[in-house]
Design a binder for this molecule. Sequence first.
Ligand code: 5GP
Length: 183
Amino acid sequence: MNKKADKLIINGDTFIPLLTEEQIQKRVKELGEQISNDYKGKVPVFIGVLNGAFIFMSDLIKNVDLECEIDFFKLSSYGDSKISSGKVKLLKELNCDVNGRDIIIVEDIVDTGLSLKYIEELFSKHTPESMKVVSLLVKPESLKYDVKIDYIGFRIPSQFVIGYGLDYQQKYRNLSSIYVLSE
Ligand code: 5GP
């Protein structure tokens, strides 16, 4: 695997660069600074949605100048496919108590919004002090559910992307940049 390649050919599919490592790092720094300003004097809990958000969350909190805590939960989503299964299941629960806390949900990508809708319903059973959502990527043309995303890294076309935490059949999460399926 050439991590700097101009294109990747995987199972006969061609992926071309969409966002470079530099573009991603610059935007993640800006998001970190914005969150640091908005949460001054607070100790938020960043809650990452596994598996895809782990790299973004790691880079994001390094750019946040606040005392903060982290936790993760895991949802099923695409499985090994390139399209959404239309169903969401909770595969790993949170460990921390979110009641009375300022929580920031960290998503890798919002596509139809189904996962985020599920998350909103999940947290409606708890009583956090506040809840905001940060997503590195959003596909605005794919949104089917009415969801609120407070911080958006990049708006991208409705095409399948990999890298920087996002997988194709569980692989390619370790690419530092983001590639899109060329159609
Ligand atoms: P949604 O529930 O909004 O339709 O989809 C959210 C989840 O689907 C994401 O957290 C991610 O796991 C997966 N997903 C959506 N679009 C893509 C994509 O383009 N590439 C990859 N690898 N996963 C995606």
